[in-house]
Design a protein around this ligand. Structure first.
Ligand SMILES: NC(=O)c1ccc[n+]([C@@H]2O[C@H](COP(=O)([O-])OP(=O)(O)OC[C@H]3O[C@@H](n4cnc5c(N)ncnc54)[C@H](O)[C@@H]3O)[C@@H](O)[C@H]2O)c1
Length: 357
């Protein structure tokens, strides 16, 4: 059987999680894994887009597997969808030796992981991420959960999968816009912890997909190995995200998450230079990388006041100071709560304008 490419540190269990990465794993390795472990039943959870592309075929390949299909979209990452899955599992006679397979992007991964953490107080599950974002980010680190009407990811649990199986071939059907969303997180990984990865992206080199995905995975895995439960440096993974959340709120989620993260990375680089933490040149390099990757670097449609308000609301909810992940240089992130209000207003004005204007 294919060997794991690396081990992901656990967050809620004692066992490191094997991560498999390669081409064609849905056809070869995954059926082998599912049939070899002595599960009482296999339930493949996927959505209406991915069922005809991959779900049906996988269910046919694995003896006795059942497909559970939910509607596609973040708006279905809810307790209601989880409840409908509990119901279907009960009706099909699932027990604690049954396994759930999360076949999809981050939405399916989060939702299925949450059901696996809670149904019958927990049953095993396997992450099969099909989007670039889920491969480099959402499938790693054990966070699962659903949204509430008032906000994203407000109910959840840490739950480690038994394995993570990333089949690069499925990325061929991923819509271009979703691929770019994932690239924003890959760029973030390069900025946090891999100068070589960043340099490739800056040069627009994304053809070596396996190397790029693996490099981004390694950055997150390294951080998880030192801080699995987000007591310290796991927060580096939020580089650009305080700005991204403000942009998403101020534009009523019309700017997709990955594009908001892209602009947020530019904001973080700008603020790092403005506050004298990073030397000249960082911002220009980030702007070049964004442009090479076809990512947004400005959000003219977001109002400064609304972004500021979103940040204040976030701060109030968490009853703490606003904290920013900034960069001393590429590969050297740090956390600060010392961003003066005038610099914050300035940076929000900057990201409404395209670079070079
Ligand atoms: N748990 C974590 O640590 C973590 C980290 C980051 C993000 N997330 C969560 O991940 C979610 C975002 O994930 P996402 O960007 O993958 O979004 P997504 O799951 O909505 O997938 C994006 C779209 O691409 C489609 N798709 C996925 N793979 C495809 C493929 N191979 N071919 C064709 N279409 C495909 C999906 O059906 C969907 O329409 C959010 O809910 C976010 O909160 C979780």
């Amino acid at each position: 059987m294919e060997k794991p490419i690396l081990s992901v540190p656990p967050t809620s269990s004692a066992q490191a999680i094997p991560l498999y990465l390669g081409d064609g794993l849905l056809e070869t390795l995954l059926p082998e894994l599912l049939e070899g472990e002595g599960f009482s039943a296999v339930f493949i959870v996927t959505n209406e887009t991915l069922a005809p592309l991959y779900g049906n075929r996988l269910a046919e390949r694995v003896k006795g597997a059942r497909l559970l299909v939910v509607p596609d979209g973040e708006r279905f990452k809810t307790l209601e969808t989880a409840a409908s899955l509990y119901q279907q599992l009960l009706e099909a006679g699932a027990d604690r030796k049954s396994v759930l397979v999360a076949l999809g992007g981050g939405v399916i991964g989060d939702l299925t992981g949450f059901v696996a953490a809670t149904f019958l107080r927990g049953l095993p599950f396997i992450q099969v991420p099909t989007s670039l974002l889920a491969m480099v980010d959402a499938s790693l680190g054990g966070k699962t959960g659903v949204d509430l009407p008032i906000g994203k990811n407000l109910v959840g649990a840490f739950k480690d999968p038994l394995a993570i199986v990333s089949d690069l071939e499925v990325l061929h059907t991923l819509p271009q816009i979703e691929f770019r969303n994932g690239l924003a997180e890959v760029l973030k990984a390069g900025l946090i912890g891999d100068r070589h990865l960043f340099a490739c992206l800056e040069a627009g080199e994304v053809e070596q997909l396996k190397e790029i995905v693996l490099a981004a995975v390694r950055v997150k895995v390294d951080i998880l190995s030192r801080d699995p439960l987000e007591q310290g440096e796991r927060a580096f993974l939020n580089l650009g995200h305080t700005f991204a959340h403000a942009i998403e709120q101020a534009t009523r989620y019309r700017v997709p998450h990955g594009q908001a993260v892209a602009v947020g990375l530019r904001a973080a680089a700008w603020l790092s230079e403005r506050l004298g933490f990073a030397s000249d040149g960082l911002l220009a390099r980030v702007e070049r990388a964004l442009s090479r990757l076809g990512l947004r670097s400005a959000v003219p449609e977001a109002q400064v006041e609304e972004m500021l308000q979103a940040m204040q609301y976030d701060k109030k909810r968490q009853q703490r100071q606003l904290r920013f992940v900034l960069l001393k240089s590429i590969g050297q992130p740090f956390i600060t709560s010392e961003a003066p209000p005038e610099a914050l207003r300035e940076v929000l004005e900057v990201i409404r304008e395209h670079p070079g204007r």
